[in-house]
Ligand binder design. Structure first.
Ligand SMILES: Nc1nc2c(c(=O)[nH]1)N[C@H]1C(S)=C(S)[C@@H](COP(=O)(O)O)O[C@H]1N2
Ligand SMILES: [Mo]
Length: 258
């Protein structure tokens, strides 16, 4: 298990590098999507990988733990019960009427019931959640692989980010809701799931029922709870404060790598 000091050292390294290194990485990323780059610049790719590793393992897997490491209770943070009439109605019905809407830049928009989400290829993982407020907890999550959901809706070529709109109303932003976003690199990562179970039981309301995002290489605030709608977009220009998330609109980093 990572010691606290290791964690802060890694965060320090990441911050120290993010001004200079971040630019390099962003540049390499967009270049590597064009046809010629990988063929011509093998050395550049190696540099790209090394830089990612320095930045906290962007290409790697988040650490996974054993059952013995599980926290006795997975605490709640932020919203613990969304204060909206539609959400309360869904919860009262045991989420039988819940439909996860998936739209935006996709060929086949969809609205999935919990049963349909549970029928998608899933992954179970025991991971540590790190909140910027200074606490961590280890939990066992099971959920649909976001990669499988994306395969079903077929992203259009222009899709660069996946946006998650939540059920909890927030005053301080334009959508009026908590929301978050990730890029395609994290969207297709094997540990990125839409979790419906926590510690072998149904996801409790305090932790985001019926569905919450797990994006394990990033900090707690990226893990959107109460996900109602997913939108694939090219950029964040027309979404709330334009920074890609509720906390990002208030100055938090968009890429919250651990
Ligand atoms: N919809 C929604 N998602 C959210 C939040 C929130 O307030 N609303 N809080 C975030 C923060 S800061 C953290 S640390 C985690 C907390 O998850 P937990 O309640 O399962 O501990 O959820 C994140 N996702
Ligand atoms: Mo958090």
């Amino acid at each position: 298990m990572l010691r606290r000091s290791d964690l802060s050292r890694r965060r320090f390294l990441r911050r120290a590098l993010s001004s200079a290194g971040g630019l390099v990485v962003a540049g390499c990323d967009s270049l590597s999507r064009s046809e010629w780059f990988p063929k011509v610049l093998g050395a550049g790719e190696e540099l790209n990988r090394t830089t990612h590793r320095w930045l906290g393992g962007r290409r790697s897997m988040a650490q996974e733990f054993a059952e013995a490491d599980l926290s006795p209770d997975f605490r709640s943070n932020g919203t613990s019960s969304p204060n909206s009439a539609p959400y309360r109605a869904l919860a009262a019905g045991g989420f039988a009427d819940y439909r996860l809407e998936v739209g935006g830049l996709v060929e086949k928009p969809a609205a999935l019931s919990l049963a349909e989400l549970r029928a998608l290829p899933s992954r179970t993982q025991i991971t540590r959640h790190d909140c910027v407020e200074g606490w961590s907890a280890i939990g066992k999550w099971k959920g649909a692989k976001l990669s499988a959901l994306l395969a079903a809706v077929r992203p259009k070529p222009g899709a660069r980010y996946v946006v998650f709109y939540c059920a909890d109303p927030m005053e301080a932003n334009g959508t009026g809701l908590y929301y978050e976003s990730i890029d395609m690199d994290d969207a297709y990562h094997p540990q990125t799931i839409l979790a419906y179970d926590l510690n072998d039981g149904m996801l409790p309301i305090k932790n985001g029922a019926p569905v919450r995002l797990r994006v394990e290489r990033q900090l707690g605030y990226k893990h959107a709870k109460y996900v109602m709608r997913i939108e694939l977009v090219e950029n964040f220009a027309r979404i709330a404060g334009g920074k890609g998330g509720y906390w990002e609109d208030q100055g938090y980093e968009w890429y919250a790598g651990i």
